[in-house]
Design a protein around this ligand. Structure first.
Ligand code: SF4
Ligand code: ZN
Length: 288
């Protein structure tokens, strides 16, 4: 079988068709572009900060944003958060620096150790602390440096597995935040997810088709994949499940009625007196 678009050597299937490397990349980029348009993810002249970990998803996002920035007329830079997870972080940082150099993308680095601790200092619930740290730093860095939005590389399976997990735990409010574009308010910067409709397998194949490096090691703190396995299992039994739920989730427009206030220590938005990030700093800081 040849590439159905140009007749060259085949590389992989994409949504029903067989394509060569170049045509696979073009089809993939076209699908991301359609999602960006469908959900009005990026406004004209917006300054986007793309959070990149070096994994396949964020590398795919960087490469596509680079392709789309002229067409949608936005500017973008990238942010790597040095979480201090031993060799994993060192390796990831090196790869992110290589990619940004190759694609000529400005890279900012924020080190968690400058706040007094690293993820390796955290005991218990590591991913939950890490998630809080990343959200806090992305938002604060973006706002303090004049960015309009933060783009993350969440893929379809990330969004759906988080949705199921939050539904299971009763955190409905978190489920409602899993939208392709979440407009900012007060000190919260807008969040966008350009890979909202892209599967992780498509992301990895795209990165390979473009010949970009990515972090292949798994974080040593990586949690169980049970929720993602459930998403794959449901999709196998009900083909079209993923896209149907994603589009219904995106349609959800309930007002965020939760009250908020400002952290007594850092001034960021929080639901309590002291924000979770400052509580994490107080708990894990080495300078105590
Ligand atoms: Fe952070 Fe957990 Fe992801 Fe590792 S697996 S980077 S600890 S959220
Ligand atoms: Zn705080």
């Amino acid at each position: 079988m040849k590439c159905q678009r140009c007749g060259s050597e085949p590389f992989e299937r994409f949504r029903g068709g067989m394509y060569c490397r170049e045509c696979f990349a073009v089809k993939y980029e076209g699908a991301v572009e359609s999602a960006v348009r469908r959900y009005r993810m990026i406004g004209e002249n917006e300054r986007v900060l793309a959070a990149v970990s070096g994994g396949k998803d964020s590398v795919a996002m960087l490469s596509v944003l680079e392709k789309l920035k002229k067409r949608f007329r936005f500017e973008f830079s990238s942010l790597f958060i040095d979480l201090g997870i031993g060799d994993y972080t060192r390796n990831s940082k090196r790869i992110v620096e290589d990619i940004c150099k190759k694609l000529d993308i400005e890279l900012h680095v924020v080190r968690l150790c400058d706040y007094g601790f690293t993820i390796d200092d955290v005991s218990g619930k590591t991913c939950s602390v890490c998630g809080n740290v990343k959200r806090y730093i992305m938002n604060r860095f973006a706002r303090e440096n004049g960015f309009d939005s933060v783009a993350t590389g969440h893929c379809a399976e990330d969004i759906l597995s988080n949705f199921l997990k939050n539904l299971y735990s009763g955190n409905i409010q978190w489920s409602e935040k899993q939208r392709p574009r979440l407009d900012g308010y007060d000190r919260m910067v807008t969040k966008i997810r350009p890979l909202y409709e892209m599967g992780e397998r498509e992301n990895i194949l795209y990165v390979l088709s473009r010949g970009l490096p990515f972090v292949e090691d798994e974080c040593p703190h990586a949690p169980s994949t049970i929720w993602k396995e459930m998403v794959y299992d449901i999709e196998r039994r009900i083909p079209g499940f993923k896209i149907s739920v994603l589009r219904n989730l995106a349609r959800e427009r309930r007002e965020d009625s939760a009250e908020y206030r400002y952290c007594r220590i850092c001034g960021e938005i929080t639901s309590s007196d002291i924000c979770q990030f400052c509580r994490n700093v107080a708990r894990f800081s080495r300078n105590q």
